[in-house]
Design a protein around this ligand. Sequence first.
Ligand code: NDP
Length: 276
Amino acid sequence: MSTSIARYAVIGDPVQHSLSPLIFQLFAEQVGCILDYQAIAIKPWDLRYALGRFCEQGYQGLNVTAPLKEKAFSLMNGRSESAESAQAVNVVCFNADGTLYGDNTDGLGFINDLSKQQKCVVKQRSVLVLGAGGAARGIMKALFSLQPAQVVIANRSLSRAQQLAQVYQKESCPVSSVTWKDIATERYDVVIQATAAAIHGEALLLPTGILNPGACCYDLVYGKAHLPFRRWAEEQKVAACRDGLGMLVEQAAATFYLWCQKSVDTTAVIQKLANT
Ligand code: NDP
């Protein structure tokens, strides 16, 4: 009797840079299971039909990356609390009855990684979040659970930052939105880079002199695309600058648990990827 191999994919555009296929392969090896996990480019306007095709082809789940997370949210039949609070979906589960369930593990990935970074403390510190897309939405609830003193959201299009700040007005610390040119009106202790500028090969024009002494930086982007932000952070003499590899592995581990009900050793995977 032949057993079919569980099929999964990460979808986005662009998506060929994604490390997710390798990460899921390493997880599968750790727990001794076999799965088929691919990276598939999908345009936003194709998403609705693509989800139907994946379901027909027997896929069991998808990871969703930029720029599809918010659109995917709108196409789900059911959603987790974290997806609702993010208004964005990074995990799709196909139910046996053909309905779609959306979850969001970005916040969990962010907080699990950040909790290991002793030099990057958020509690009672002033935080600048760059970007207001799906990734920024995904980490916001987790960020507030770390009790910052204030959160300022800066985005290229101000309206998106304003909408995001509005959602969190009832949090216990002040939340505001600024345009890119107004970033420099304050100083910050933590800068979280959550824009997609680098993956589009675009420069992120950040002012100098906006950090308090001992400030740290956290970039959601990893690999070569992280380097321009790291360069800026180092020029500002930050205490620490973390790339998005740890968060990527942690959110994938949370997804793997959702799909396969198995925990994995994320530190071993992060080390392996950092050395390749
Ligand atoms: P979205 O497409 O949803 O949002 C993109 C965001 O980037 C928007 O805020 C957009 O601003 C901004 N942006 C794009 N280009 C520029 C630019 N040239 N200058 C300034 N701002 C720009 O993408 P996501 O939010 O889903 O993803 C953002 C990044 O985070 C991606 O690089 C992704 O790879 C990374 N990520 C990493 C994760 C990890 O686990 N490490 C998890 C999730 C995401 P505007 O609204 O004005 O267009």
